[in-house]
Design a protein around this ligand. Structure first.
Ligand code: C2E
Ligand code: CA
Ligand code: CA
Length: 706
């Protein structure tokens, strides 16, 4: 390397003008940092290559021409104007570097040209031109519009470059390649303009990525939504330029809007459905769901202190509604329900909430601060209205309702129990003859709590095998002779001792475990019979109290047959009330099979219900058991005596026996014997006995009568 050239290099390195050192054959031997920046290539990539590679064909020719002239030494320096170099157009002065009078290299120094920001044309030979064309074609055909934008101090800005697609998207005339165009923002929707400008300013100031969505008013296509994104860059002169893209997102925005509308519609429909789902279609009253919501709200308000703590609830159940439905038809039933709906609606006050809970059940939640007297007044209004007969199909249709009223001072403490309590009061109203109202009392509350505990204990009792049969002797009315035993259920309660059915049967019925208990009774009684027989006692007859539930079970017949071997006759006691109510096929079918199997039927508590004589002959029982309530008064009461006498006559007509239960005194026994009863049962002879006591009783009896 020539020392002289080395000196030159150093000089160039410090110059802020882009400069080249070119060998006599046109190869680049040095380019200073300013030139690297101008070309956008590091010197290592450029050194050794022909400087023509970095120019377009015309400029390369001009340069070669200049070199030739300088070599011929006709001139010492040549100036070329308008040379395209990288992103700029520059003027260039080329001079020869001579050593001892001989040119050894060319120095090309650039001067800033006229247009400092014409980034469109790339210098650099055919290959570069082709690449540039490719890029431009991509830019113009891409779905996004590409731009280079510089905000100007006057608050506006200029576009140094926009792709054809950009111009198309915003609807401006095509920008020429070498044109710098003032941005007016006139095409941006006036409503979006302030925010748009603010976003550009903010991004330029903070040099953070710009992203914005706005509307443009396209001269041909009307309002379009455009989404833009750009990266700001701080230029050498301290100005900021954005290079970025814009897309037409009108379709997306429309889709979003359509989606939002659909959502809104769906929400509206959901609310409408919800509303429909909260009302009863027939009566128009709020339904059970709505009722539940109101209860939940009242509880919530009580908890948060936003509403009254207390609450009064009325439960309403129509009396004999099934009868209306069955005899007059469902249309009449519907009419009755609608009428009740109207009456409730008219009888409540503002703030009260009436609803149809289901079937013929209604309830009214009284407004906050109401008392039991308010409830009573409402019920009386309802009763008065319901008392007016409803005309249906030309007939007067009368119906009543029963009411249960419960009140709590603390909704939170009671919650769901309030409904239970009102139901208990309603149940009592029904039990006390219907068409009346009952209030929930502390005593009712206690019995509900007891029943709850009892239910759990019964389940435990079944698991722990605490249920067992006791046996009450049945005596011949004429001779002191055991003719049979009635099995009676006992519960060996772990803490309360031996319990009789009256204290727990109602709960067992609710639990639906009575059929299971009946099965246990038969099974255990069978084993007692076996043991008695082993001890020499043969009981002539054993009878079981059979619930209607048990009568429906398929194994009821086989269970009874298992007992009926040997000399002991098996009898089922069926309540007179069962015979009146029970009309199901399964019941009749099993009854038939039971009779065919040789098991006798006795009608229990006869005289208390309403069994028809025809019904009786159909069942053809072997005996009528006269209800204790008729037996007790026979000593003092002539009418009771007459009734018992009539029953005995019926039995004699049917050719069957009579059994009197509840025989407590000798007077009872004498009168019943005189009236013609065949068998007597009661405390006079014995209470119900355990298996062993019954054995002792029977053997003692045999010894006495032997
Ligand atoms: P029930 O079938 O009418 O039974 C007669 C009830 O009168 C028995 O009450 C018996 O102990 C009682 N008793 C007997 N003699 C006298 C007397 O001289 N004076 C008085 N005051 N009472 C007398 P218990 O055992 O408490 O049974 C009550 C009811 O429970 C029975 O009435 C029956 O309906 C039902 N029951 C009893 N055991 C069973 C059973 O195993 N299954 C079913 N399903 N029900 C049963
Ligand atoms: Ca009985
Ligand atoms: Ca009885």
């Amino acid at each position: 390397m020539n020392a002289y050239l080395g000196h030159f290099r150093q000089f160039l390195g410090n110059s802020d003008r882009p400069a080249w050192l070119v060998s006599l054959d046109g190869a680049l031997t040095c380019l200073n940092p300013a030139m690297e920046t101008a070309l956008g290539i590091p010197s290592v990539c450029a050194l050794g290559r022909s400087c023509r590679d970095f120019l377009d064909a015309a400029d390369a020719a001009r340069l070669s021409d200049a070199f030739e002239r300088l070599k011929r030494k006709t001139e010492n320096s040549v100036r070329i104007e308008g040379l395209t170099l990288g992103l700029r157009t520059v003027d260039c002065t080329i001079s020869t570097i001579q050593d001892k009078g001989q040119p050894i290299a060319f120095l090309a120094q650039m001067h800033a040209g006229k247009a400092a920001h014409v980034p469109v044309r790339h210098a650099g030979g055919e290959a570069a031109r082709a690449a540039h064309e490719r890029l431009r074609s991509i830019a113009d055909n891409a779905p996004a519009g590409i731009f280079v934008f510089r905000p100007t101090p006057d608050g506006s800005g200029e576009f140094a470059y926009t792709s054809a697609k950009f111009d198309d998207l915003v609807g401006r005339p095509k920008q020429r390649e070498d044109e710098v165009r003032k941005a007016t923002f006139a095409l941006i929707h006036p409503d979006d303009r302030p925010e748009f400008l603010a976003s550009v300013t903010a991004s330029a100031r903070s040099l953070t990525h710009w992203h914005h969505r706005f509307r443009v008013q396209h001269p041909d296509r009307g309002t379009r939504w455009v989404s833009g994104a750009a990266t700001p860059k701080l230029d050498e002169d301290g100005s900021v330029s954005f290079t970025g893209v814009i897309y037409d997102v009108t379709k997306d925005v429309e889709r979003e809007a359509a989606l939002a509308t659909a959502h809104k519609l769906a929400e509206k429909m959901r609310q409408e459905n919800e509303r429909l789902a909260l009302y009863d279609g027939l009566t128009g009253l709020p339904n059970r769901r709505y009722y539940d919501k109101v209860v939940a709200t009242r509880r919530h308000e009580a908890r948060t202190g936003h509403g009254p703590k207390g609450c009064v609830l009325i439960r309403i159940d129509l009396d004999h509604f099934k009868y209306v439905n069955d005899t007059l038809g469902h249309e009449a039933g519907d009419k009755v329900l609608c009428r009740v709906g109207e009456v409730l609606h008219d009888s409540i006050r503002d703030g009260d909430f009436a609803s149809r809970i289901g079937g013929d059940e209604f309830s009214v939640i009284l407004g906050g601060g109401s008392t039991e007297d308010d409830a009573m007044a409402i019920v009386e209004r309802i009763q008065a209205s319901l008392a007016e007969p409803l005309l249906y199909d030309g007939r007067h249709c009368r119906f009543g309702a029963s009411f249960g009223i419960a009140k709590t001072d603390n909704m939170l403490e009671l919650g769901a129990d309030l409904q239970l309590f009102a139901d208990a009061a309603l149940f009592r109203a029904k039990a006390r003859g219907r068409n009346r109202m009952e209030f929930f009392t502390p005593e009712l509350r206690q019995s509900i709590l007891n029943d709850r505990r009892l239910a759990a204990e019964i389940q435990d009792g079944l698991e722990n095998d605490e249920f067992l049969p006791y046996f009450q002797p049945q005596m011949c009315a004429h001779k002191e002779r055991l003719v049979g035993v009635e099995t009676l259920l006992r519960w060996r309660h772990p803490t309360r001792g031996l319990l009789a059915p009256d204290s727990f049967m109602h709960v067992a019925e609710q639990l639906r475990v009575v059929p299971e208990i009946d099965r246990i009774m038969m099974e255990k009684a069978r084993r007692s019979l076996d043991r008695w027989r082993a001890s020499g006692l043969v009981v002539p007859k054993i009878s079981f109290n059979v619930s209607s539930g048990r009568m429906h079970e398929p194994d009821v017949v086989s269970g009874a047959l298992a007992i009926a071997n040997g000399a002991t006759k098996v009898t089922f006691e069926l309540l007179e009330s069962i015979l009146v109510e029970e009309e199901s096929d399964a019941f009749r079918f099993h009854l038939e099979m039971i009779r065919e199997a040789g098991i006798d039927i006795e009608i229990d508590d006869f005289g208390s219900g309403h069994a028809s004589i025809i019904g009786l002959t159909e069942i053809s029982p072997s005996a009528l058991k006269i209800d204790q309530r008729l037996v007790f008064p026979v000593v003092q009461d002539v009418r009771a005596r007459n009734l018992v006498c009539a029953i005995v006559e019926i039995a004699e007509t049917l050719g069957i026996n009579t059994i009197a239960e509840g025989v407590e005194t000798k007077d009872h026994a004498n009168i019943l014997r005189a009236l013609g009863c065949d068998v007597l049962q009661g405390y006079l002879f014995s209470e119900p006995l355990s298996e062993n006591d019954l054995l002792r009783f029977a053997t003692g009896l045999e010894r006495r009568t032997a």
